[in-house]
Design a protein around this ligand. Structure first.
Ligand SMILES: C[S@@+](CC[C@H](N)C(=O)[O-])C[C@H]1O[C@@H](n2cnc3c(N)ncnc32)[C@H](O)[C@@H]1O
Length: 208
């Protein structure tokens, strides 16, 4: 088995440069679109899309009038693609940054997950859950999709199961929804969980 290279800026930037972006659906996916559509009229909510890639969800929210949508990604090529496609997207909302280095100042109301968690080294999963909780205000929402399957190829993407994921999020979140998505894209049908988690009011001292 080939060793996994460090999943750093160089790795991800190169994936974009050589066009190895099999995760890229080219448009917002139905589960996220339907969730956004039921949020109602745009408001000042601060929304973070970490590991946003080319940012189709950010584009959708921006075009729908949501003013405070921020994306974070390590790869300049990913953010450049969003900027080129959507020139009106605020440059200040394109964060060329490591998700784990983001600060909760001010905190976010909503974090959107899609094929970012599965792209991380699995040893970072507990830190991902903790960092999402740290970035959200109490009662803030982490929503999106997690693969509920194992992959035959070495990752990324790295697969997993709902039981495994539950253990990461339970310390910080109340579970509103955590079940197989019903409106996935056909190749992902039955293989991904739709999650909607509310950050607990109080975090343990060590997790702030
Ligand atoms: C599999 S891609 C998914 C992109 C996008 N969410 C999508 O569904 O098209 C993972 C993305 O996460 C970014 N990424 C990986 N590690 C990161 C980190 N620590 N902080 C921010 N972005 C990261 C990569 O550059 C890449 O764009």
């Amino acid at each position: 088995m080939q060793p996994v290279p460090p999943l750093d800026t160089t790795y991800w930037q190169q994936r974009y440069e050589i066009g190895q972006t099999g995760w890229d659906t080219g448009a917002i996916t139905p589960p996220l679109r339907d969730y956004f559509n039921q949020l109602g009229l745009p408001d000042s909510r601060r929304i973070l899309i970490p590991g946003a890639g080319r940012g189709y969800e950010a584009e959708y929210l921006h075009r729908a009038g949501w003013p405070n949508v921020l994306v974070a990604d390590l790869a300049p090529a990913a953010l450049e693609a969003l900027q080129t496609r959507v020139p009106g997207f605020p440059a200040a909302h394109l964060l060329l940054a490591d998700f784990f280095a983001l600060a909760p100042t001010p905190p976010f109301d909503l974090i959107v997950e899609q094929t970012f968690f599965c792209a991380l080294d699995p040893t970072l999963r507990p830190a991902y859950a903790r960092q999402c909780a740290r970035l959200l205000r109490p009662g803030g929402t982490l929503m999106g999709l997690l693969f509920d399957t194992e992959f035959s190829q070495p990752g990324p993407p790295f697969g997993g199961s709902r039981a495994e994921y539950r253990a990461y999020f339970e310390p910080y979140f109340d579970f509103v929804h955590f079940d197989t998505a019903t409106n996935s894209l056909p190749p992902r049908q039955g293989r991904e969980l739709f999650i909607c988690l509310k950050r607990k009011a109080v975090l343990a001292q060590d997790d702030r």
